[in-house]
Ligand binder design. Structure first.
Ligand code: XUL
Ligand code: CO
Length: 441
């Protein structure tokens, strides 16, 4: 059965195309440097937002019209797999991502849930044989069910810790079975609502133990996916332990996990933490911890995780600048952890949303590459820090200065001259690149 019968394969038609069901900027085969757009961008579809989500919000029930919703139970799960692979093929997307509960319904018992998963995983594996679309990452949902009310690996209840571990064990087996390139841990409820009833030290120590056990099991079964943690500061908890990349990195270092994990950085989580997307990418990149990206955007007027499809070209350009500076995403990719708005409830909207996201990142890639080729920001930064390339600055960075030497030097200074940071000029230059990278004019 076909679920998107009215929609053909989405092709690249170029910036002048008026066909809404075509790429205007994402041309998978186009070379940027020595790699194609498809190889650099490594787009992924999020199963939960695209096939499982019904578009409910805190004040209203779901609005989504989905042709597979006439089924229920395991039949619905199977229909979603069929719809998903039709969607992947028509969108020509190289990757997808899922949580366990997105693909198969939970049973009455853990054993039954695992049996449901086995059936759907076998079906997905079969579909993958005839599809170019691979698994970027999988994960398990250890946050929705009431048993996870107080967390999973950081729950006060050891039975919940054990149950969560069993789910991750299965998740790792599923990842291996389907050849996942990464395995993600988003600690949905790994935090607290209030410190008044919380043993923070025990909870964080337990989380550290949880991750070590996961790594040991992955090794035991020969699952060599890159492990990723996905920082988020809050929501639904009031504080999540991997608040942002900086605190997540400190956590990993404290528990000796820094060589096992990298970060999956989500744009909307960055803004919730009071950071820009590019800040989180930069922090991870300079510590060689950038693993993958959940590509979405928040709403500037709403204070929660709205998970919108990316359309802000300024943000995608600065993000792609960090990714290119990183030499790409390695085994990671750009997963659209994004959902269509509640008012965009038609199946076709799923295509429009992904086209918008893919085109936005394609523009960002092209502009960022052109700016790098011309050393735009590199020249700015190089000049701004030139005081450290000679004289006392060079002695500081070479470790040849101490406070005695610096005091002596400072006594001899008659007049300290600073130079303008030229921010407005830089922004105007970026605008110029944004408007000309395609036309060259
Ligand atoms: C929630 C979120 C998750 C993770 C995977 O904010 O981003 O969907 O990406 O569990
Ligand atoms: Co995410």
């Amino acid at each position: 059965m076909r679920y998107f019968a009215n929609i053909d394969h989405i092709k690249y038609e170029g910036p002048a195309s008026t066909n809404p069901l075509a790429f205007k900027f994402y041309n998978p085969e186009e070379k940027i440097g020595n790699r194609t757009m498809e190889e650099i961008l490594r787009f992924g579809v999020a199963y939960w937002h695209t096939f499982t989500e019904n578009l409910k919000d805190p004040f209203g029930t779901g609005t989504a019209i989905r042709p597979w919703d006439k089924f229920s139970g395991m039949d619905l799960a199977k229909a979603r797999v069929e719809a998903a692979f039709e969607f992947f093929e028509k969108l020509n997307v190289p990757y997808f991502c899922f949580h366990d509960v997105d693909i198969a319904p939970e049973g009455e018992t853990l054993r039954e849930s695992n049996q449901n998963l086995d059936v759907i995983v076998a079906m997905i594996k079969d579909y993958m044989k005839n599809s170019k679309t691979k698994l970027l990452w999988n994960t398990v949902n250890n946050f929705s069910h009431p048993r996870f009310v107080h967390g999973a690996g950081s729950s006060n209840n050891a039975d919940v810790f054990a149950y969560a571990a069993a789910k991750v064990k299965k998740g790792l087996e599923v990842g291996k079975e389907l050849g996942a390139e990464n395995y993600v841990f988003w600690g949905g409820r790994e935090g607290y609502e209030t410190l008044l009833n919380t043993d923070m030290k025990l909870e964080m120590d337990n989380l550290g133990r949880f991750f070590h056990m996961a790594a040991a099991y992955a090794k035991e079964i020969g699952f060599d996916a890159q492990f990723l943690i996905e920082p988020k500061p809050k929501e639904p908890t009031s504080h999540q332990y991997d608040f942002d990349v900086a605190s997540g990195y400190a956590f990993l270092q404290n528990y000796g996990l820094q060589d096992i994990f990298k970060f999956n950085i989500e744009a909307n989580h960055a803004t919730l933490a009071g950071h820009t997307f590019e800040h989180e990418l930069r922090y991870a990149r300079i510590h060689d911890m950038l693993g993958s990206v959940d590509a979405n955007q928040g709403h500037p007027l709403l204070g929660w995780d709205t998970d919108e499809f990316p359309s802000d070209l300024y943000a995608t350009t600065l993000a792609m600048y960090e990714i290119l500076k990183n030499g790409g995403l390695g085994r990671g990719g750009l997963n659209f952890d994004a959902k269509v708005r509640r008012g965009s409830f038609e199946p076709e909207d799923l295509f429009h949303a992904h086209i918008a996201g893919m085109d936005s990142f394609a523009v960002g890639l092209k502009v960022a590459q052109k700016m790098m080729d011309d050393h735009v920001l590199e020249n700015v930064v190089h000049n701004r820090y030139s005081s450290y390339t000679e004289g006392i600055g060079k002695e500081i960075v070479d470790g040849k200065a101490d406070f005695h030497k610096l005091e002596e030097y400072a006594f001899g200074l008659s007049d300290i001259k600073n130079e303008s940071g030229k921010l407005e000029r830089i922004k105007a230059t970026i605008n110029q690149y944004l408007l000309t990278a395609y036309t060259g004019k």
